[in-house]
Design a protein around this ligand. Structure first.
Ligand code: ADP
Ligand code: MG
Ligand code: MG
Length: 198
């Protein structure tokens, strides 16, 4: 089960791994973007940690809401409102629950997050964005194949795609051969979730 405690521990771990991987994520964003994805995400997650101390949310829904607001207000880049939409949909979808009790339920919730990203950004699978990782992990959760390896595969899969959305799309075919930074940060999000699912 994932109670508020586990969700909050997961998101604190995500904040930590984002800081550790800040330079890596910005390096991924350099050849196919503007080199700021790690800094953007780190700014957003640092804001989340500060807001968490101040607001001390006590439900899963309020925790997702705080994360969403922090990302929307502080990230700056395209990824802010996109992750923000995912976590705003999760805020709504967890309004009446105190815990997540099954992988099926978790899959449904992550699906609402994916729907939020797609509603805002209009990207589909294969466009070389964070959508490629979110949609793969929704399927993995549904099929019970969610693992460290399946997350890594979904992230690496973006390498040979041509970007159709976001800054990387301006490069056309030259976007091929580089892992998408938003796919990489999403992979970190789901990697940090794994230890809480046993
Ligand atoms: P910016 O491009 O504004 O500098 P970031 O560098 O923080 O923003 O984020 C870039 C990431 O955002 C990309 O790697 C991609 O995963 C994601 N992204 C950009 N546009 C879209 C979109 N329309 N739909 C989904 N994801 C997108
Ligand atoms: Mg960028
Ligand atoms: Mg930018």
């Amino acid at each position: 089960q994932l109670t508020t405690t586990e969700i909050q521990a997961w998101l604190a771990d995500f904040a930590e791994i984002i800081t550790e991987n800040k330079d890596y994520l910005s390096e991924l964003d350099t050849p196919i973007g503007d080199g700021d994805h790690g800094n953007n995400m780190n700014r957003g997650m640092t804001e989340y940690l500060h807001a968490f101390e101040t607001k001390q949310p006590t439900t899963i829904s309020d925790t997702f809401k705080l994360l969403s607001m922090s990302l929307i207000s502080k990230v700056g880049g395209a990824s802010g409102p996109l992750y923000g939409s995912a976590f705003m949909n999760l805020t709504k979808a967890t309004k009446d629950i105190t815990e997540i009790t099954s992988t099926t339920q978790l899959a449904q919730l992550m699906k609402t997050g994916l729907v939020g990203i797609q509603a805002r950004g209009k990207a589909v699978v294969g466009d070389k964005t964070m959508v490629d990782v979110w949609s793969a992990i929704v399927e993995d959760l549904e099929n019970n194949t969610f693992s460290k390896e399946s997350i890594a595969i979904a992230k690496d899969h973006t390498k040979n795609m041509q970007a159709k959305k976001g800054r990387a799309s301006y490069l056309g075919e030259r976007s091929i051969g580089h892992i998408d930074p938003g796919a990489a940060s999403s992979a970190l999000l789901f990697q940090t979730l794994l230890p809480y699912l046993d």
